[in-house]
Design a binder for this molecule. Structure first.
Ligand SMILES: [Fe+2]
Length: 273
């Protein structure tokens, strides 16, 4: 592992690893992606239908779990993340599926995954696997070093006119700071983003502020499979008390017993390194 790459991941919260997956691994990922789109799970949603922000998204589809557990066992992603983190172990969490097509979908709202999921610690990583070449302006953006900063309130993802509309809002106890509007003030933020080719993988810490990645005439379609992992320093960090569960919306049964600060572990998460 390149020492500079490790430093960049640990300080910035995002790095691109070139030529990370070979053609066979990439084809297996694409097959899993296409299956996921054809077989959406209970968390699948289409946001901003009929607007320029329209996106198809899916998350931790239980019907896909067996095939994705088998897939990640054949991929080097857990090992790479363990080396980026400096962790002895790596576990696979679950997938996300992102599809933008048609060349007219605007930027996705900026957010931290940790506003929705009860996670803290340094050893978290999302592997962004995109199947098209992406110019830098169409790539996911990450605010450099924001994984070390505050946990902001999430966006509801429901208001195309207000991409920072608070998820927990006044219900949160204690309250979370409102998201900054990164997209409207891009020049005020130090944004990391990388042009990439199929086979390259973007690794980011899910506590980073990330978003953007519009599609346009230069990059009309973006199909991205995200595989999420964690390592030794991954702890349970409950969401604020609110009408939303403190344990987040995924794997509630498996992680519902965890208390604040306990290692984030469950037999449901496959060890991959
Ligand atoms: Fe995210």
């Amino acid at each position: 592992m390149d020492a500079e790459l490790r430093t960049r991941f640990q300080e910035d919260g995002a790095v691109l690893v070139k030529n990370c997956l070979d053609a066979e691994q990439l084809a297996a990922c694409r097959e899993a992606f296409d299956w996921a789109v054809a077989n959406p799970g209970p968390a699948a949603f289409q946001i901003f239908d009929g607007t320029v922000h329209q996106t198809h998204n899916d998350n931790s589809n239980p019907k896909a779990k067996e095939r994705l557990d088998a897939l990640v066992a054949t991929l080097p992603l857990g090992k790479i993340l363990a080396e980026l983190w400096g962790s002895e172990n790596a576990w696979y969490f679950a997938e996300e599926v992102f599809l933008k097509a048609g060349g007219k979908t605007g930027p996705s709202p900026w957010h931290q995954d940790t506003s929705y999921l009860p996670w803290a610690g340094h050893h978290w990583g999302n592997a962004w696997i995109s199947f098209e070449p992406l110019p830098q302006k169409n790539a996911l953006g990450v605010v450099r070093g924001s994984c070390h900063g505050p946990r902001y309130d999430g966006t509801t993802f429901m208001n195309p006119d207000d991409p920072t509309e608070p998820l927990h809002g006044a219900y949160a106890d204690p309250p979370l700071p409102r998201l900054p509007d990164v997209e409207a003030n891009r020049d005020a933020f130090d944004i990391v983003s990388y042009a990439s080719e199929p086979g390259d993988v973007l690794f980011l810490h899910p506590g980073s502020l990330h978003g953007g990645a519009p599609v346009d005439a230069d990059c009309p379609d973006r199909h991205t499979l995200v595989l999420r992992f964690f390592g030794d320093d991954a702890v349970f960090n409950p969401l604020p008390d609110s009408p939303f569960t403190r344990h987040g919306f995924l794997f509630q049964k498996e992680t519902g017993h965890l208390k604040a600060g306990e290692p984030y572990r469950s037999p449901v998460f496959q060890k991959v390194y």
